[in-house]
Write a protein that binds this ligand. Sequence first.
Ligand SMILES: Cc1cc2nc3c(=O)[nH]c(=O)nc-3n(C[C@H](O)[C@H](O)[C@H](O)COP(=O)(O)OP(=O)(O)OC[C@H]3O[C@@H](n4cnc5c(N)ncnc54)[C@H](O)[C@@H]3O)c2cc1C
Ligand SMILES: NC(=O)c1ccc[n+]([C@@H]2O[C@H](COP(=O)([O-])OP(=O)(O)OC[C@H]3O[C@@H](n4cnc5c(N)ncnc54)[C@H](OP(=O)(O)O)[C@@H]3O)[C@@H](O)[C@H]2O)c1
Length: 391
Amino acid sequence: MATRKCAAVVVGAGPAGVAVMGNLLERQLGTIAWIDPSFEAGRVHSKYREVPSNTKVSLFQAFATATQPFQKVINNTKAPNAFSALAKLDQESTCQLGYAADMVRSLTEGLMKMDDVYACHGSVRSAHLNETTSNWTIRIKQNSSEDLEIEAARLILCTGSFPTSAPIPVAGLDIQRLDLDLVLKPSDLAKTLPAEKPVTVAVVGASHSAILAILNLTTLAQTSHPLLRIRWFTRHALRYAEYKDGWVLRDNTGLKGLAADFARSELEDDKLRTSRAGQVLTKIDCAGGKEAEASQYRRYMPGCEYLVQAVGFTRGSLPDLFKNGNPLAIGFDHDSGRFHEAGNSEDVPGLFGAGIAFPERVVDPLGNEEYAVGFWKFMKFLKRVVPSWTS
Ligand SMILES: Cc1cc2nc3c(=O)[nH]c(=O)nc-3n(C[C@H](O)[C@H](O)[C@H](O)COP(=O)(O)OP(=O)(O)OC[C@H]3O[C@@H](n4cnc5c(N)ncnc54)[C@H](O)[C@@H]3O)c2cc1C
Ligand SMILES: NC(=O)c1ccc[n+]([C@@H]2O[C@H](COP(=O)([O-])OP(=O)(O)OC[C@H]3O[C@@H](n4cnc5c(N)ncnc54)[C@H](OP(=O)(O)O)[C@@H]3O)[C@@H](O)[C@H]2O)c1
């Protein structure tokens, strides 16, 4: 098996992996190996191009220009391009995530051509730490050539997350799961659901994904799928981001953008009776604890043909990690971006994480704790922690 030596290995080429690359290259550490099966901006391109952003265009623009290597890519990319397309949009508005995905793909394409980047199409399978040398040996299954080994002092995991799947809440129910990713892509959703017969879809959840799922299903019911109905199972009131003086309450958990506008105008209890959404949707209040929730599911989920769960995101599986030949169990430190060995507070040398799977923990002026998930949030976190990762 071929072995190479690099200054660092970055796993994943979603927005977080790209942000890590920009920050590492800026520090001129030597060659950075970058591994991803496709180098196409991660899930934002493969799944969420049709999703409206919940952040302003200006934050995607800030991301695109946040590091010197990114600026070099922009300068070397013939216009019109993904950057000029983003620049033309109203910076104070939101946009389809397709624009953000194209920006990340163009950055990726430019970074991959740089001398200090060794890009490898494949998947990191395992990483072995030799404690004596503090070096990692990283094994990569390449898409279309033999396996590869890279030795590096730093390994950065930007491996992403996928929609959480919980057990179907009523035993023995004949109900078909609808993947959240599919429901967030209206063009595919329209083709998947039957248009010519009555169908009821159960939607579980009340955060961004759930509200967009309801919006997409409602739109279908009002257009091509007039027999479609929705039962919305929610265990908490709608929560919105609130813009305070210089900070945002529920910045990471509250509804923003189109989802917030739709929820405010159509899904609040005092709107449902008369709103357009209310004509095709029944809200099932599941608040009041586990027993009350279970009883609502038992009562109202039978009769639904489909179920979409919008109950958060779960970290994707990580490469197998070893220390001195033994399996290594890790915990993430959301303040420093480092990892510690499970049951031990000492940092694992040279191992770091970023992105939706490994977000920064933030605390607002009222003491509320949240995880900072978003393009610009990843960048801000990395600008703070990468200097300590590389010192
Ligand atoms: C529906 C939705 C909408 C969102 N909207 C916004 C928004 O409007 N604005 C905003 O700022 N943020 C938004 N976010 C939040 C966040 O910016 C995105 O989730 C973002 O795509 C996360 O990027 P990531 O790089 O962490 O992960 P991902 O995009 O999931 O990328 C991970 C990459 O790592 C690769 N990978 C995984 N394991 C390995 C391995 N072992 N070896 C090699 N490669 C590997 C994967 O193939 C993938 O390419 C949204 C999130 C969701 C879910
Ligand atoms: N561009 C966009 O508009 C957009 C769209 C989707 C997602 N996103 C981003 O993607 C990230 C994930 O967002 P998300 O909305 O998918 O998830 P999320 O913000 O992690 O919220 C998960 C929601 O699921 C609920 N939940 C968890 N377990 C449940 C259960 N068993 N039964 C019922 N409800 C349950 C939670 O309620 P409790 O609080 O009661 O646990 C919470 O409301 C966020 O960063 C978000 O900004 C953005």
